[in-house]
Design a protein around this ligand. Structure first.
Ligand code: FAQ
Length: 334
């Protein structure tokens, strides 16, 4: 009995030390700026963190199509309509790319989409705000895509290979989106007094929610420390938020628009723009499902999924037929 117990203990010790060794080698690879690939050993918590972040990111791209889709039939010209259509299609592509990246971690797209529909998975808070005027399409491109790029450029250097590679193309397209949004704002800001007012009113509504997009302040960010150690995150939420503020305030000045923040000031010693306090209660309300459009977004997403079932079934049936035909052709050739 006694010797058996000893040998079980020894085995447990050995397993624990092997696990420690794997962890040490894993962190060493990350510290040495090597990429982790899908077939590599990784700690379960690293895998779960990536599935959480990548799937939330994918859901954001897909849900993010809705506020813009609202203006497709009302774009002010054919050129604007085509641009907007192309942009929304890009967002769909980003979502699919990101679902594929998540799937390399051993989770199916169906499972991820079910989690979104069941409201167990999050998507970005920003897409729970309504698009009330055409200027909102400009503001989304300028500010939301601007914030997305600021957050996503560092993700091109994320330690997980499939996510990092997906981000390269996504960032290129987001840059184009940002420019088309800024160009809409410029047209409005230099247009009639009514157009200027529309641009200003839109900036007033989108500014603060865009600052919230970067996530809670560093002191309340529960995942940041671990994600930074794993080089999934390269900058903290507050650092990226500050970079965005510093880049965007001069762009607003160029448009001759006013940032809706009476406390905004340039801090000469640090050379940073300082904002007033962010309303974190609003942020958490929106994250917890109580934003202006949360229910509407999920209901629209579920409806589209249900109505699209026949497309998925037809695609699967077509793929099955092709497989059968290829197998029959192979047999005939033998
Ligand atoms: N909204 O500990 P942290 C786009 C949650 S794509 C909702 O700091 P983390 C393109 C967070 O999940 C926009 N929830 O978390 C486009 C966590 O909850 P959990 C999306 C948020 O992961 C443009 C909790 O709070 N981009 O815009 C938000 O270390 C135009 C604690 O937070 C990405 O997803 C939020 N804003 O840092 C499309 C980029 N912030 O999961 C259409 C990738 C935080 O424990 C039109 N993601 N939470 O239940 C990231 O970089 C990170 O996940 C952060 C959050 C920075 C978003």
């Amino acid at each position: 009995m006694y010797t058996q117990a000893l040998s079980v203990e020894n085995q447990t010790d050995q397993c624990a030390s092997e696990e420690q060794e794997k962890l040490r080698r894993f962190q060493g690879r990350i510290d040495g700026e090597n990429r982790i690939e899908a077939m590599d050993w990784m700690p379960e918590a690293y895998r779960r963190t990536l599935v959480r972040q990548i799937s939330q990111h994918a859901h954001s791209e897909i849900i993010g199509m809705q506020p813009e889709g609202n203006w497709l039939t009302r774009a002010p010209s054919l050129k604007r309509k085509l641009q907007l259509l192309a942009k929304i299609q890009d967002e769909a592509g980003h979502g699919l790319y990101l679902y594929s990246a998540a799937e390399t971690l051993g989770v199916s797209r169906e499972e991820l989409i079910d989690q979104l529909h069941a409201q167990k998975a999050k998507y970005s808070s920003i897409f729970n705000y309504p698009t009330l005027t055409w200027a909102d399409i400009g503001a989304i491109g300028w500010l939301v895509d601007g914030a997305a790029i600021m957050n996503q450029i560092p993700l091109c250097r994320c330690s997980y290979g499939p996510y990092a590679r997906a981000m390269v193309l996504i960032c290129k397209e987001e840059s184009f989106h940002q420019r088309q949004g800024y160009e809409i704002m410029m047209t409005l800001a230099r247009g009639s007094p009514e157009q200027r007012e529309m641009a200003q009113e839109s900036l007033n509504r989108w500014w603060w929610p865009c600052l919230m997009m970067f996530g809670p302040s560093d002191r309340d960010s529960q995942h940041s420390d671990q994600s930074t150690q794993w080089k999934i995150k390269r900058f903290s939420n507050d650092e990226l938020r500050q970079k965005f503020i510093d880049a965007t305030v001069p762009q607003a000045h160029f448009l001759d628009l006013t940032i809706p923040d009476p406390d905004l000031k340039f801090d000469e010693p640090t050379k940073h723009w300082q904002t007033g306090p962010i309303d974190w209660d609003e942020f958490w309300r929106v994250v917890k499902g109580e934003g202006p459009c949360n229910r509407q977004r999920i209901a629209a997403k579920r409806k589209a999924h249900e109505e699209g079932a026949w497309v998925r079934e037809a695609a699967m049936a077509h793929a099955q037929k092709r497989r059968e035909r290829a197998a029959a052709a192979k047999v005939a050739a033998e």
